[in-house]
Design a protein around this ligand. Sequence first.
Ligand code: MN
Length: 180
Amino acid sequence: MYFDGDADLTTPERSGSAVADTMGMTHMLGGGSPRLARLGSRYPLLRPGQVVLFGFDPAELDTGEWTELVSRHLYAAPAPAVRADPAGEARRARAYLDRRCDSYLVHFDVDVLHTGLFPLANFPHFAGLTLDQVAAGLNEFTGGEKFGGLVVTEVNPDHDPSGQLLRTLAASVTRALAPD
Ligand SMILES: [Mn+2]
């Protein structure tokens, strides 16, 4: 469950920034640099039907990324769709993985949050989700029988000197992980 402000579907050849993080999904699906794509214990690490892209900003994908997303038939719930119905989109996304996997991992990049509301990530996203919308997703994804683990990434404490954002985030994650 790729819960992220980005789709991370660029390649070393196409990327303007050369930031490896922007190519993570490409490499997990077996594309991009063969040396990176073959780092894991199997190749490819993931098949397209094992991936959900949830909460990315569709305005930030370039033509190459859209081509990748569509030609691989990836399940995609972009931020505007999530904003319109956070719980419903999360339920449908989880159902998609539930049908295809024995267990799934939730990758939660805090850059899925709107930078103006929650400036904790390294890379800004000014069309991101609210904390409530993100919580709806986390609650759904961590509540499933097939939920296998949660990775929280891109938290930059330097952006939060008082620690208030971190406390708020930790409370939200804790609520999601608590048994009902
Ligand atoms: Mn991201």
